[in-house]
Design a protein. Sequence first.
Length: 422
Amino acid sequence: MTDIAWIDAALTAARPQALGALLRYFRNLDLAEEAFQEASLRALRNWPKNGPPGDPTAWLIFVGRNAGVDQIRRGAKLTEMPDEEFVSDLGDAETDMAERLDGAHYRDDILRLLFVCCHPDLPATQQIALALRIVSGLTVKQIARAFLVGEAAMEQRITRAKSKIAAAGLPFEAPGPVERSERLGLVAAMTYLVFNEGYSSAASNPDATQFCEEAIRLGRILLKLFPAEPEIMGLLALMLIQHSRRNTRFDNNLAIVLLEKQDRAKWDKVLIGEALALVDKAFRHREPGAYQIQAAIAALHARAQKAEDTDWTEIALLYRMLEQLQPSPVVTLNRAVAVSKSDGPAAALALIEPLAEQLSGYFYYHGVKGGLLKQMGANHDAREAYNRAIALANSPAQATHIREHLDQLEAEAYASLETKKN
């Protein structure tokens, strides 16, 4: 690995903790970010010449703190930071900083940084953009490209998010056990939002795939902070299994390939193996949560060698558990799909009929309904459901998928007409 490649990897790994510590010190997000950027520039200049420091994170915090103080002093027209040669070799100062980066500070600093990004006053898109910019260190250009918006628009979005945070006057003291638990749930939800943004946009925008990778990296950080938390195990396992199928979800024409038709030999077995171990470990805690149950459902798909080996009865039971934990018409819709596999389309249709009003504007509801009606031979009603679905499609891949079903219905109708003529 080249010096630049190693340094880039070290800066990426150190960023959450270093930036979190600087945020605690300066209590100003913009100043903390600028201080970290200055420390990163000094690392790029110094580390190739002097070699890597014993603790890169401690080095970055020390230099970043001095850079931030220097900026404050310059604003007050006081003395500047010492010249480069006085900070290029930190010696005992770096060691002292490393020794004081204990587990409690590490956990609280990163939690604080993540919690800032998922402030409840921010809409989901701003939470995601801010987390990718502040925690992950992606450039505005990278984020804008993944969101399919202009750089100026994304810059404004991130700036508005920072302004809301500054106006909110968030506390910077170390959170207590109750608050820490509450924050963890919000941070987990924000992390999954980041993942879903990339997962749902993968066909139409390959650049968004990096969101999945960043969310998994954030999940690994959370698991390092909370190694005994089963819901974090479940969250990471869920993302790993979903990401393991990234190369099989669409064909060469970017059309959707349903799970049952995907080439399972191309699923990433390394990610699946890691995820399955996490699922098993999480359930040994006997504290089932929403992420664990969703991961268990994904694990049943991953464990099936062939689509026909899938244990749909168990999946339906798991969705029932998820309904009890998080009642939602979308969860019921997913349970109906599993029920259709185990008990037939009529039983599934009976489950989703009461959801018609709540999910009238939801693409997947009409797609599932069309599929169930088609299985039952109610082709006219199926066509109506599919037409409604295609009108609600969120991407060309979704529209193409429904169009295939409509074309199949038309072909069957034509074949039936020809048979009657003969």
